[in-house]
Design a protein around this ligand. Structure first.
Ligand code: 3PG
Length: 306
């Protein structure tokens, strides 16, 4: 049984060691394809793989066609918009994610981006504090919950909107539920995005919605770039010179954002919310264990292409 770990953005070495231990203990073989620069390298490497561990690496029908022996692909992380689920199902390949395993890391980065924003990108001028500010969490999943917990430590007043999460779950976390995205953006000084990229959410963070933020509002994105209507956000930030956009996912129009919004726009050069040793260990080892559990016992608990 051959398990391929294919990561264009590598795991910490300690996580790869942990994955190897789980795979080899099961009597399987581990193959590594790291920092690949060409899709052909992935197509070649998957040819004889029975199982595949990926991060944001694209698994489309071309990859699935090349992976003649593949039984399972596990996205070591939360968002699985990089896997063509219908194609996986058509190829009889089980697709899974590892929900929650890297969420603290992403949440810590979201708070880091907030501090960076309110301290004027550390430019030496007098900024403001997070304490007492209203934070809006847009989608209250694993990352959103961790953001709430950490933000409360900063003394923020935390609100959340999530159409799929009952009020009780928010109230239990001392978070104030609101019942529309519009309400959240109207109330909160800072909104942190934690929605997945789906056909419904694509371009949904647009001019009119973000324009509801009060004066000095900040939008923080550690989710996906596809959820942002970039043209809409650019035209809004031209009109509203008080708004800031901080993102861990570089927009397609990064050069334009940088040119137009110096001092109120920041993007990490490479998505790094989940780039911690801890998150890599948690997600990577969970992925390896899920593969062994599936191959040995048929466990499909985290399957996402049912
Ligand atoms: C996720 O969906 O788990 C995060 O976006 C992390 O993605 P990454 O593994 O590419 O860093």
């Amino acid at each position: 049984m051959k398990v391929l770990v294919a990561t264009e953005k590598t795991f910490a070495k300690v996580a790869v060691d942990g994955i190897r231990e789980v795979i080899e203990q099961a009597g399987y073989e581990l193959a590594l394809l790291e920092k690949y620069t060409d899709k052909q390298q992935l197509l070649d490497a998957v040819a004889d793989a029975d199982a595949l561990i990926i991060r944001s690496d694209i698994v489309d029908s071309e990859v699935l066609n090349a992976a003649k022996q593949l039984k399972i692909v596990v996205r070591a992380g939360a968002g699985y918009d990089n896997i063509d689920l219908a194609a996986a199902t058509a190829h009889k390949v089980v697709a899974m994610n590892t929900p929650g395993q890297n969420s603290n890391a992403v949440a810590e980065l979201a708070l880091g981006l907030m501090v960076y924003a309110v301290r004027n990108l550390y430019n030496g001028t007098s900024g403001t504090e997070l304490k007492g500010k209203k934070l809006g969490i847009h989608a209250f999943g694993n990352v959103g919950r961790n953001v709430a917990r950490i933000a409360q430590g900063f003394g923020m007043e935390v609100y959340a909107y999530d159409a799929y999460c009952p009020d009780e779950a928010m109230l239990a976390a001392n978070v104030k539920p609101v019942h529309s995205a519009e309400e959240l953006y109207k109330i909160c000084d800072i909104v942190s995005l934690h929605i997945p990229a789906t056909p419904e959410t694509k371009n949904s963070i647009n001019h009119d919605l973000v324009g509801l933020l009060p004066k000095g509002g900040i939008l923080v994105n550690t989710a996906r770039k596809e959820v942002i209507d970039e043209d809409g956000l650019i035209s809004l930030m031209l009109e509203r010179t008080d708004l800031k956009y901080m993102t861990d996912i570089m927009p397609a129009a990064d050069a334009k954002f940088r040119e137009l919004f110096a001092g109120r726009y920041f993007a990490t050069p490479k998505k790094m919310g989940a780039q911690t040793a801890e998150a890599n260990i948690n997600a990577g080892i969970a992925a390896a264990r899920q593969i062994v559990d599936f191959i040995e016992n048929g466990v499909t608990k985290f399957q996402v292409n049912k």
